[in-house]
Design a protein around this ligand. Structure first.
Ligand SMILES: Cc1ncc(C[n+]2csc(CCOP(=O)(O)OP(=O)(O)O)c2C)c(N)n1
Ligand SMILES: CC(=O)[C@@H](O)[C@H](O)COP(=O)(O)O
Ligand SMILES: [Mg+2]
Length: 621
């Protein structure tokens, strides 16, 4: 019998379930290593998902998957098994629940610890609407339960314990690594049969521990919880990676997230950061590192291996990470908080008013900054520049390659106030040396005359240099600010002398680097064209595809130069004897006017557009 929907599953005789579970695991093991995705977490919830869809009637009984990375089996049981081959690919299934894909999917946000708050809200809505024959079900991992939001929700659920709300605690003892803190210890005692649970202490129901791989036991516990018509925590004990020996043998993270094959011999941004931090920490005992349950994914495992006492894993608790870093800084340390950029959102207030207000020497290292790709809209790191731009005293750096990452990390650790570094997912590009300095910035290409200036942040510098190469005769200068925010006054002064200033950033358009440059140059003759990720929720697709779609590759920069008309120059009142406004180009600190790239043959389009750019007929001034 084929299971095309939960009703088919509910009609299946119980003795067919082991066979179905095996088929589901076969699909996961066959597909996910090819597509990339969360293999370990989904192998661990096969039986649990079968039991959930046999006991509850989704979507009438809404299933809320915390974080959503463990919903592949749910997708297969709700009619999407045939589409699994396109998982996480452009136009294919999302790696997380997707409301566009199915009525059975509810929460698309992949940020952890939100499910219980959603469930609290859903249960309240059903009560107000008189629909209390519906049961709300939240599936939350032991890792996600270390997030503060989960306890805010439990505190509120405890106020109205007599609502049909089932909290399925999927306890596999791990986030990526083993779950940390007092909660992990408490769950271990509950697994050993100690009682009472903290949940009962709050006035909620508690059932467990239940074998999370025994569908019959799971069904019995879930039916009991459903009949109780109150808020009940069902404590399910599962194994991450269950049924697949290589995952079970993976002591780092049980194949939490496997990547699609992407051959590259270049070091990842993460590994360059991890090695450099360990090197600095070896000679500076004030340097400590913090992670929100992502020690290895952020590269801190290198330091943890040699100095475990210098790396603090606080659980999935970014606010705790940043504010406790403020405490560490007040205590004389220089903390480095390593996060994925998108998860900084969770700790904005901590960054602003615990670190920024006190001007503390805390360094945020934001991996996965910018477009990340297959993890989709809530994982792209598009908001950090706008958030950090709002923090007075915060200095933000964006390295363009490994050498600059090492350089800028050391500069940040030598800074007495708040700093941040941001770099993307993946491997570092080849080093790109500057030809001179302009303030804190590196001049990468010095174009003739003050015509076009491209201010390219982070690895977009490579696309900018390629764009300059394709625009001979346009006098394109390329500068990498290195320290992106606050703006470098020398860079802005030079930019004000240009006809056209193109800024490039792998981040959201609103409130980022380009916005800041446009504001700074508003009163000048320079036309500013900010190139950034359009301020929208960006779908899941390969990073390079999305960067090109948002005009952040060399083609996009070339197009911006060719299609942007300089500002109409304000008619200058002639002042007898006044020196003509200087249109000198970028001059390196060595004082020489640096030559631009060698000219090559000009197309008619280029010539025509160049004359438009430089003014009818005359060549550059
Ligand atoms: C706010 C936030 N921080 C970090 C992450 C990265 N992350 C994704 S899954 C995961 C571990 C989740 O552990 P758990 O909830 O126990 O689920 P499991 O993978 O064990 O099933 C983490 C830290 C995230 N999604 N959200
Ligand atoms: C679900 C989650 O937040 C993480 O597991 C994330 O998907 C990992 O991303 P990377 O694969 O980029 O490390
Ligand atoms: Mg877990």
């Amino acid at each position: 019998m084929t299971v095309r929907c939960p009703a088919d599953l509910r009609a299946l005789p119980a003795d067919r379930l082991p066979e179905l579970a095996a088929q589901l695991r076969d699909v996961l093991v066959d597909v996910v290593p090819r597509t990339g995705g969360h293999l370990g977490p989904n192998l661990g919830v096969v039986e649990l998902t079968l039991a959930l869809h046999r006991v509850f009637e989704s979507p009438r009984d809404p299933l809320v998957w915390d974080t959503g990375h463990q919903a592949y089996v749910h997708k297969m049981l709700t009619g999407r098994a045939a589409a699994m081959g396109g998982l996480r690919s452009d136009g294919g299934l999302s790696g997380y629940p997707s409301r566009a894909e199915s009525v059975h999917d509810l929460v698309e946000n992949s940020h952890a610890s939100t499910s219980l708050a959603y469930a609290d809200g859903l249960a309240a809505a059903f009560a107000l609407r008189g629909e209390d024959d519906r049961t709300v079900v939240a599936v939350v991992g032991d890792g996600a339960l270390t997030g503060g939001m989960a306890w805010e929700a439990l505190n509120n659920c405890a106020r109205t314990p007599r609502r049909p709300l089932v909290v399925v605690l999927n306890d596999n003892e791990r986030s990526y690594a083993p779950t940390v803190g007092g909660l992990a210890e408490h769950l271990a005692r509950l697994r050993a049969g100690d009682a009472p649970s903290v949940f009962e202490q709050l006035g909620l129901g508690y059932l467990g521990p239940v074998d999370g791989h025994d569908v019959g036991a799971l069904e019995a516990a879930l039916r009991h919880a459903r009949r109780s018509r109150r808020t009940v925590v069902v404590h399910c004990v599962t194994r991450k990676g269950e049924g697949y020996a290589p995952a079970l043998a993976d002591d780092v993270d049980r194949m939490h997230a496997v990547s699609a094959p992407a051959p590259s011999d270049r070091p990842s941004w993460t590994s360059v950061f991890g090695a450099e931090l360990a090197a600095v920490a070896a000679v500076r005992d004030d340097v400590v590192a913090l992670s929100a349950a992502m020690v290895a994914p952020t590269g801190l495992d290198r330091l943890a291996a040699v100095a475990p006492e210098r790396v603090r894993d606080v659980g999935i608790a970014e606010q705790q990470a940043v504010t406790s870093a403020a405490g560490l800084a007040m205590g004389g340390m220089h903390p480095v908080v390593a996060l994925y950029a998108t998860f900084l959102n969770r700790a904005f207030d901590s960054t602003l008013l615990d670190v920024g207000l006190h001007r503390l020497p805390v360094t945020l290292v934001l991996d996965r900054a910018g477009v990340t790709g297959p993890d989709g809209p809530s994982h792209h790191g598009l908001w950090d520049l706008a958030l950090l731009a709002m923090v007075p005293g915060m200095r933000v750096a964006a390295p363009r390659d490994a050498t600059r990452l090492r350089e800028l990390l050391r500069e940040a650790l030598d800074t007495a106030g708040p700093t941040a570094l941001r770099y993307p997912k993946g491997c570092t590009p080849p080093d790109l040396e500057g030809t001179g300095r302009l303030g804190q910035a590196d001049v990468l290409v010095a174009g003739d005359g003050a015509q076009v200036l491209v201010l390219a942040t982070g690895p977009s510098a490579h696309a900018a240099v390629e764009a300059a190469r394709r625009l001979p005769g346009f006098g394109v200068t390329v500068v990498d600010p290195r320290w992106v925010l606050p703006l470098d006054p020398e860079v802005i002064a030079a930019a004000a002398r240009h006809r056209l200033v193109v800024t490039v950033e792998d981040g959201g358009a609103v409130g980022g680097f380009g916005d800041a440059v446009a504001r700074a140059l508003a009163g000048s003759d320079a036309r500013v064209v900010p190139l950034a990720v359009r301020q929208e929720f960006v779908r899941h697709a390969e990073r390079d595809v999305l960067l090109a779609e948002h005009g952040l590759d060399a083609d996009g920069i070339v197009a911006a130069v060719l299609t942007s008309q300089p500002k109409r120059r304000a008619r200058r009142r002639y002042v007898p004897g006044a020196a003509p406004a200087s249109r000198a180009g970028i001059v390196s600190q060595r004082g020489s006017s640096l030559r631009g790239l060698p000219d090559s043959s000009e197309s008619t389009t280029t010539r025509a557009t160049r004359s438009a750019l430089l003014g009818r007929g005359n060549r550059r001034s």
